[in-house]
Write a protein that binds this ligand. Sequence first.
Ligand code: ACO
Length: 333
Amino acid sequence: MSTKAIITGTGHFVPPKVVTNFDLEKMVNTSDEWIRQRSGIEERHYVESGIGTSDLAYEAAVRAIEDAKIDKSEIDFIIAATLSPDHYFPGIGVIVQAKLGLPGIGALDVRNQCTGFVYALSVADQYIKTQMYKKILVVAAEVQSTNLDYSDDGRDLAVLFGDGGGAVVLEANAKNEDKGILSTHLFSDGRFVSELWMEKPSPKDNPTFSDEMIESKSHFPKMKGRNVFINAVDKMPEAVRTGLEYSNLTIEDVDHLIPHQANDRISLMVAKILKIPVEKVIRNINRMGNTTAASIPIALDEALKSGKIKEGDIVVLTAFGSGYTWGSAVIRF
Ligand code: ACO
């Protein structure tokens, strides 16, 4: 039996400031009713000015390391997923590494948007299985609130997103039991780049940064909502089925499904298509909004800490997002 990777610690952090739909009504031409009906979101967290994605990632990482009951010096690799890095470059991996005080170890940034955590987990899983690293910190965080178009042009997206971070510590299962990550499957289709993207700034433009970029609002994220919905509810079930089949499991074996918290209507549709009872679906988007790469590790941490996920449970993660990218991970806890 090959080495399996197990999640030995989880943590999350969201900034203290809560922004309700009623607060948003004062900033955006929208209503609590519209947002709740279309997305299930009631409130989300926003950072105060000056707080970056790496700050949220760091806080989540510290909590995950503490939960794993290891000394941070035992971490031998960091994988960080975000679409909202503190800087155009470098990524947040090295910044989290510096904040943790772990100079020298490798830090890899994953740029797979809403699917970022599933991609990062899969990469970490391969490193553990091949015994290249023993204890990997996988962290995902986002600050979305500072670059949303709160005018009518961008209100479809602006009401969905929130800020936050989540992290896990992944280790080799020393006991070689059947516990741990059973499979990960990753997919993408780059033909749909412009359906969900932040087009600018782009080095294709000379100069990269211009007044025109600001005037045309192309530095704000844009989404073709209907297409995103249609593809998300098609691709996430497909990825879940592929993962379960590979792991010799059936839908009935699934104890908990943690979909990327994109939109509650998407999560409920994915469950319906898969015929997974709604009680088995972990949903926290009502309190968190869509935190992109961070949404799965935040939901996972909450479900573990509240005792919802128990030892031996089969937990399936699935995500879909910009790229398009999508994937699944099947885990036995
Ligand atoms: N508040 C009020 N009205 C709004 C808002 C808002 N925040 N945003 C858009 N509208 C208006 C539009 O201007 C439009 O008005 P019009 O009819 O006068 O032109 C109307 O609402 C469109 O509403 P719907 O009829 O519900 O439109 P549609 O059926 O196309 O649904 C929606 C739009 C809700 C975005 C849908 O496509 C959807 O749920 N898509 C999923 C997208 C999503 O959740 N993505 C998550 C982020 S990406 C990710 O994580 C993968």
